[in-house]
Design a binder for this molecule. Structure first.
Ligand code: BT5
Length: 251
């Protein structure tokens, strides 16, 4: 099914040098963009993560990519999109020979317990019954040794594959996998991605702490439900948690 669906889209690709943020670049021009329209940059001067956090984006050291996709049905159909994108990233990395990747709910890509890549999905206002999503991905390829403070343990592909992976090959593979996965997600939702996501879950059955604003709840991670919500087991039973304001930490 994936191959058949993929044949309906051709990605238009813009390759830029230094810009503020590839997500912002597409956000500034969503009207008129076709699905799978992609931009890549060599460096970002204002690379962003979630909730105003910064994505450290030195020159020619990583992949900075954003893809536009418009979803019929509005915001309500986008639950779990970052999980489907995570699976697409792992598929692309596997095809490029990088193994041992894990996913951390809801939007992080890890290797050897350190952050390798991140996903930032931004949704623009609804136009008719459609909403415009910008799917931003940063993957560390070979960060310089004098990199500025990142604030958490990180890893890059140069530490995971020898010789270091070619960025053009990775970009091409990622664009193909994303196009397939977003087409599949648009047609079938999160369902086709769930079992694979569960096999990649870094916290499967581990004790964790959920941070919800000022509140912290401890329990055992029980993966995700069919909508992509995080499942936490406490003495009160298993409860599903949704929402971008939630972070998960190991105990
Ligand atoms: C993310 O946010 O992980 C989403 C990152 C998305 C970046 C891409 S690059 C292309 C596109 N254009 C953009 O402007 N953004 C997207 P979050 O879960 O909030 O994680 C942010 C945290 O990750 C920071 O507070 C740091 O601790 C850490 N971090 C920052 N830069 C990093 C890097 N290069 N490698 C690993 N961790 C990093």
């Amino acid at each position: 099914i994936r191959e058949q669906l993929a044949s309906t889209h051709t990605a238009e690709i813009e390759v830029l040098n230094v810009i503020g943020s590839t997500n912002q670049y597409l956000k500034d021009q969503t009207i008129g963009l076709n699905n799978a329209h992609t931009c890549l940059a060599e460096a970002q001067t204002a690379g962003k993560g979630r909730h105003g956090r910064k994505w450290v984006s030195p020159y020619a050291a990583s992949l900075y990519l954003s893809m536009h996709w418009s979803f019929a049905g509005g915001y309500s159909v986008l639950g779990g999109l970052s999980l489907a994108v995570g699976v697409a990233i792992v598929d692309a990395l596997n095809q490029c020979g990088v193994k041992g990747i894990q996913l951390k709910w809801p939007n992080d890509i890890y290797a050897q317990g350190k952050k390798l890549a991140g996903v930032l999905i931004e949704v623009e206002g609804q136009i008719g019954s459609e909403c415009q999503a910008i799917i931003g991905i940063g993957i560390n390829v070979a960060l310089p040794t004098n990199i500025e403070e990142i604030g958490q343990p990180w890893i890059d592909l140069s530490q995971l594959s020898e010789p270091v992976i070619d960025r053009n090959l990775l970009a091409g593979t990622l664009i193909r996998e994303l196009t397939k996965s977003l087409t599949l997600f648009e047609n079938c939702g999160l369902d086709p991605f769930i079992s694979k996501w569960r096999t990649l879950d870094i916290y499967a059955n581990q004790p964790v702490k959920l941070l919800i604003g000022e509140k912290a709840i401890s329990g055992i991670s029980r993966g995700i439900d069919g909508n992509g919500a995080f499942l936490l087991e406490t003495e009160l039973g298993v409860k599903a948690y949704h929402g971008g304001e939630i972070s998960v930490r190991p105990i």
